[in-house]
Design a protein around this ligand. Structure first.
Ligand SMILES: Nc1nc2c(c(=O)[nH]1)N[C@H]1C(S)=C(S)[C@@H](COP(=O)(O)O)O[C@H]1N2
Ligand SMILES: [Mo]
Length: 410
């Protein structure tokens, strides 16, 4: 819902130019100061609507990013961000804010309130958080639940992302369970809910708050993080603190964390009870009557990063294809290059843990003809395998159909 907000507070429809002017005039601040009009356009190959997007180099701390929206910012990484290594540099990490983001945070004054069903509510400084427990590093993929949504057929509503609403970083922080221990969780706790400093643009709209079940909150790798690839979290990524839930879509990775609330019942807040939900069973686009469940864990996915659709390869010569893959909520087990009726296993690169990207490569000894409709198919340790057909749902969540391209032999 918030995804599609293209209207200003006054309800006037904004042109791109007005948006940019508005961004500077309304004191959005240094962090998002009037990005220059982008000259470069990129084609995301979206089947159901306008496919061109500006490439924008002017966001603070970012190299060229695909601008899906300026305010609140929605920036997508171009696929060339994933061509090397398995860590996504901070300046290529996608950005997503549902509502306006604060453009300055005073670290010394920042507090995290831990309350709800706890023995003694506390208000923690950044130093308190840092001292709450052992410092932990986790390499984990930050992926929007709507990543690749723009490729859905039939088209669905929401940000028309290509596949660049993802990235893999090394996150540093303390365990959420150690922070919770500062307040002491009461018997009967069911979920832990998070809020950040951002508030809705429109009056009466729900705040972006999200919760996770207690057993997930108590996991050893679920963090209150302040570090991203060895640097302080950039403002765009939630300075000074964010939640990290490895293996879960990053809608739960609340940024600019300011409140932790222990719940004893269900969470009936908008972004849990009404939004970020998928059909409880597979449906067809025509079906309207179905139960829904919250989107939670990520399924396996793989991408070719060495070649783009329509690329040219040398006939009669060997070709090496490369890319990245992820297991989702479990370790990656295997990646296969698949064509029409054939498949070849790929070699996997360094393993940075179950929640990280892993590189894959495969060499075709001699290209005889066009490589038509080739794709890579990942499988994870629980046996989940990428499907041949799109798992279509009305919000385009959790896309993990095998992505196919065609390479021309010349
Ligand atoms: N405070 C806050 N945290 C948030 C959001 C938000 O709007 N506000 N969006 C969530 C969603 S939907 C996504 S996909 C991730 C994006 O994280 P990133 O911008 O660091 O890539 O942040 C999550 N955390
Ligand atoms: Mo998201």
């Amino acid at each position: 819902m918030a995804d599609t907000a293209t209207q200003s507070k006054s309800g006037a429809r904004l042109t791109r130019r007005a948006l940019i002017a508005g961004a500077s005039a309304s004191g959005l601040g240094a962090a998002l100061a009037a990005p220059a009009l982008a000259q470069k356009l990129i084609d995301l190959g979206l089947p159901g609507g306008p496919s061109l997007r500006p490439m924008e180099p002017a966001f603070p701390g970012k190299r060229d990013m695909i601008v899906q929206r300026i305010r609140p910012p929605l920036l997508e990484a171009p696929m060339d961000a994933f061509r090397e290594g398995l860590i996504t540099p901070n300046d290529r990490m996608f950005v997503r804010w549902n509502w306006d983001m604060p453009t300055a945070v005073k670290a010394a004054e920042h507090r995290v309130a831990v309350g709800g069903a706890v023995k003694a509510p506390v208000s923690l400084t950044l130093d308190d958080i840092a001292a709450a427990g052992e410092h932990v590093e986790v390499v984990a993929i930050n992926q929007c639940a709507g990543n690749g949504r723009g490729l859905s057929e039939p088209r669905v509503t929401g940000t028309q992302w290509g596949n660049g609403a993802m990235g893999c970083a090394k996150w540093t922080g303390v365990r959420l369970k150690d922070v919770l221990a500062k307040a002491g969780v009461k018997e009967g706790a069911t979920r832990v809910r998070f809020a950040g400093l951002d508030v809705p643009l429109t009056d009466g709209a729900p705040q972006f708050i999200k919760s996770i079940p207690m057993d997930i909150a108590m996991r050893d790798d679920v963090l209150v993080a302040w570090g991203m690839n060895g640097e302080a979290l950039p403002l765009l990524h939630g300075y000074p603190l964010r939640i990290v839930v490895p293996g879960w879509f990053s809608t739960y990775w609340v940024k600019m964390l300011s409140t932790i609330e222990v719940l004893t019942g269900e969470d009936d807040s908008y972004y849990v009870a009404k939004s970020y939900r998928i059909p409880a069973r597979p449906i067809t686009p025509e079906e309207k009557d179905f139960d829904t469940v919250s989107i939670t864990t990520m399924p396996p996915r793989a991408f070719i990063t060495s070649h783009a659709d329509g690329g040219v390869v040398a006939r009669g010569k060997p070709v090496t294809l490369e890319g990245i893959a992820m297991g989702g909520d479990a370790a990656l087990a295997k990646v296969d290059l698949v064509g029409d009726g054939w498949e070849v296993p790929c070699t996997l690169g360094p393993d940075e843990g179950p929640y990280a990207f892993r590189r894959w490569s495969v060499t075709i000894p001699q290209v005889a003809q066009d490589l038509a409709n080739i794709g890579v198919r990942a499988a994870n340790a629980t046996g989940a395998v990428q499907p041949e057909a799109l798992n279509w749902n009305p919000s385009g969540y959790a896309r993990n159909v095998i992505e196919r391209i065609t390479l021309r032999a010349q």
